[in-house]
Design a binder for this molecule. Structure first.
Ligand SMILES: [Zn+2]
Length: 119
C-alpha cells in the first residue's frame, strides 16, 4: 500500500478523439418503383425512415405515377384536373398549376380511400 497511484493507470478512457459517435452511418435506403399511365417506370430512392408516398410525379411525363404496375393512376380521367389544366395553361401560372395538381392529387387520394375509384 505504499503510495504511488500506479493502480489507476490504464483507466484513462476517452483519450482518443471522439469521432466514433459522430461518424454518420449512411442511412439505409429503399428503392421504390412508380408506374405512370404512359407505362413509364421510375425508381425513386427513399430513406427507409421516410414515408413512401402512394404516388409520385413521373419524371418523364409529369403524370402521377403509382406503385402498382397494373394500375397506374389514370390522370386523364380526373375531369377537374383536365379542365383546370387547360385554364391554367392560358394563364401560364406555374404556381397555380402546382396548386391545382395538388388539389387533383388529394381529390384522387380521398376518392381512392372512399372506394370511389377502384384501380
Ligand atoms: Zn410517365
Amino acid at each position: 500500500m505504499a503510495g504511488g497511484g500506479n493502480a489507476i493507470r490504464g483507466s484513462r478512457v476517452g483519450a482518443g478523439p471522439m469521432g466514433e459517435a459522430e461518424r454518420g452511418e449512411a442511412a439505409p435506403r429503399q428503392a421504390i418503383t412508380y408506374f405512370c399511365s404512359h407505362e413509364h417506370s421510375s425508381v425513386v430512392t427513399f430513406s427507409v425512415e421516410a414515408t413512401v408516398p402512394d404516388s409520385w410525379d413521373c419524371p418523364k411525363c409529369g403524370l402521377p405515377a403509382g406503385r402498382d404496375s397494373e394500375n397506374a393512376p389514370p390522370a386523364t380521367k380526373i375531369e377537374p384536373y383536365k379542365t383546370h389544366l387547360a385554364y391554367v395553361k392560358e394563364r401560364r401560372s406555374d404556381k397555380e398549376a402546382a396548386d391545382i395538381l395538388d388539389e387533383a392529387l388529394s381529390l384522387l387520394r380521398s376518392r381512392r380511400k372512399s372506394g370511389d375509384i377502384i384501380f
